[in-house]
Ligand binder design. Sequence first.
Ligand code: PLP
Length: 328
Amino acid sequence: MPVISAPHEFNEEDLYVDLEPVFGTSLYLKCEGFNFAGSVKLKAAVRMVTAAERAKALVPGRLLVESSSGNLGVALSVVAASRGYEFVCVTDSRCNLSTRRLMEALGARVHIITEPEAEGGFLAARLNYIRALCASDSRYLWLNQYANPGNWAAHYASTAPAIVRQFPGLDVLFVGAGTTGTLMGCARFLREWHRPVRIVAVDAVGSQTFGGPPARRMIPGLGTNVRPAILDESFVDDVVHVSEPDTIRACHRLARRGFLFGGSTGTVISGAIRWLAENDASGATAVAIAPDLGERYLDTVYQSNWLRDLYGEDVLQPDELPAESLPT
Ligand SMILES: Cc1ncc(COP(=O)(O)O)c(C=O)c1O
């Protein structure tokens, strides 16, 4: 019986969904949404805050500030509340309303950027706002998840070792790329492991993390307009880009089977299924990481009007992925 006294002390690390019955391909989905922040970002938040405390950069009276599309903001709100720090989250107009409310309920202040920069989009605008804030008041401490080694170190220490404990024959790992913390931590750990594992990054079409032209992206979590400083592509074997309609179809297919996951999970699964088919790797031991659950996306990914307005009627039609086996 786990009994905890701080919210970060509980995290379900060993839960997987077998996706074969849903997508007709052998693929295991590691669920990272079962903790008090509801996402994989709790690990990065705890690691970065603890490192700042140890370095004496974070002391009582300082104000934490961070740019987040939502989930790190919630995770830092949880950790800041639990440890007695004030926290300001700088996000943008694509942040889900429920995520914003969650942060505010936890005592954080949320600043919404509404105008993207011509060069670098919303992310550049968020980072410029934080730089100006820090320059105006020395009490602000910016953890900067895009450059902070604690972001990837959290996954090097926990996520990747947990996966290989359960899958000692792991052949390929699919990881969505946002700040690339999860990707880089897992990739760095597996590079040192005793057997080769292919690391496949999954990104959104229109993201500039791995190059390519920018395009509109409405689903938060994956993708950037500014290449993250912690990304080292020499650790990544392949990159798959997934369109938002394909992301949504994968989410809806899971929801029809009772699994409500967040948008980026649909991206990762859609990219993984395509990669496994294109690389003739259907016999491989394959794992994908699900960063969060679906309740924060009820007004977007799971809302027909929002979907029709943005992507047209077609997005609500069944996908072209391999046929699912129906439950008996
Ligand atoms: C829903 C969701 N998916 C994926 C990611 C990407 O994780 P990472 O920043 O470790 O690349 C994030 C990051 O915030 C996220 O919130």
